[in-house]
Design a protein around this ligand. Sequence first.
Ligand code: NAD
Length: 495
Amino acid sequence: MALNTVFPEVHNFLSKPTQLFIGGQWVDAVSKQTFEVENPATQQVIAHVAKGDAADVDLAVDAANKAFKTWRYEIPATRARLLFKLADLVEKHTEELAQILTLDNGKPLLYSRHECGAAAHILRHFAGFATKVEGRQVPVSGAPNGAFLNYTLRDPVGVCGLIVPWNFPLTMCIWKLAPAMAVGCTAILKPAEQTPLIAVRLMQLFEEAGFPAGVVNLVTGMGIDVGQPLSAHMNVNKVAFTGSTMVGKAIAQQATSNMKRVTLELGGKSPNIILPDADLSKAIPGAAQAIFYNQGQVCTAGSRLYVHEKVLDEVLDGLCKQAQGMKIANGLDEASTMGPLVSERQYDRVNRYIEQALADGAELLTGGKRPEGFDKGYYLEPTIFLDREEKACISKEEIFGPVLTVMSWSDTDELVERANNSIYGLAAGIWTQDLSQAHRIAAQLEAGSVWVNCYNVVDPVSPFGGYKQSGWGREMSHDVIEAYTETKNVCVNLY
Ligand code: NAD
């Protein structure tokens, strides 16, 4: 599919100036400034988006505080109904939303469609939670039974600043907005400056679904102009962030202004482990998907592959074939399985890591350069290095691109130590037919998600988040409901 065959409604959407959404109104930034958004496959400017700053954040925070006064008391079944309606709208517009995602982020249409499907699924999951936010009745331990009625309530935490990255521009918004809306919080959404377009279209769908004015607000712009004042704001009660560990640390500090609640989903350098008895017909494509999916721009990417020495040659051979078999093309091409990286900055960053890996003595097995036939766009071949000594910087640092580092191992205890030897602890994978061994290793890994004979199975029922510098708190599952609520204890003397 070429750009001239995208839906007319997508052309129409891109041709209109995109504004901020504050208090139910579409408005220009106070400064009247805009910024350009580029298609990473062609490097063409496809839209001009309102460039918000602290003045717009103030207006959005005021609108969200005003809306919170009523939204928090909205009938839970009404909140659920609105979320179900939004899910239906996302599903109805999947093809259009997928095209916007691909134009903005570069990812293949196939994966943009998956993202829309996941967004609808997560919205429905949390719509169900709106009517199931419960407290507990707890007997007072130092009094006769029945003397007190002692119970807990869960109150919405309040106005939430939601700051999201560019790698999953739709689902990252939904991961945060769905539970926030379900429990009665209001929100200011700040999408990544590289991929703001889907958030703009999402606000239009919120409007169409009938969410009251001010319940959800959008301020597009740069991290320093919008994300920083939002996370430091005195009238914001919580900030939920997904992105780099470096910015996560800054946000944690900014949030101390009023001791706002903070959840952080940060970087990773996740170990993926192949045992000698693994079914290699599954482990090899699984390990390739674990790193190359979404051009490697995934926080859980299985970027450190530990292969048992007995099967190393076979795995390396299979992995190189998988990498070379990927169809690198503009994401709008239905055959594409790998699109461009998101931006020039990200492309340069990943290339710098490839140069450093070579300087560090890692062996380049495949890839490592721009594919032939592309004179525009931030395309990069899927790349595999073997790092025998595990000394190259690519074995330690998060690259956030399609670059795999393979290492071999022989002793299980030493393997676990090496796998845990990271500042991160987001995810891990284990490939084996010996499930006792899999459970033993899983119990020892310092990671928020461990996948056995699969990878990146992310589902709203499963808590998601990291150990160590991969973040604070958990998203998804029951856990996220706690992250968007405060617990109140009420104690009543019955005598
Ligand atoms: P980033 O952390 O700089 O940006 C993420 C979001 O934070 C964006 O919306 C950005 O505008 C905002 N932001 C930036 N500075 C801010 C500040 N001081 N206060 C508040 N908000 C701020 O990520 P990036 O520059 O887009 O990517 C850099 C690296 O981050 C990547 O190479 C990758 O390693 C990592 N990353 C991780 C994830 C993840 O899901 N864990 C996602 C994207 C990027």
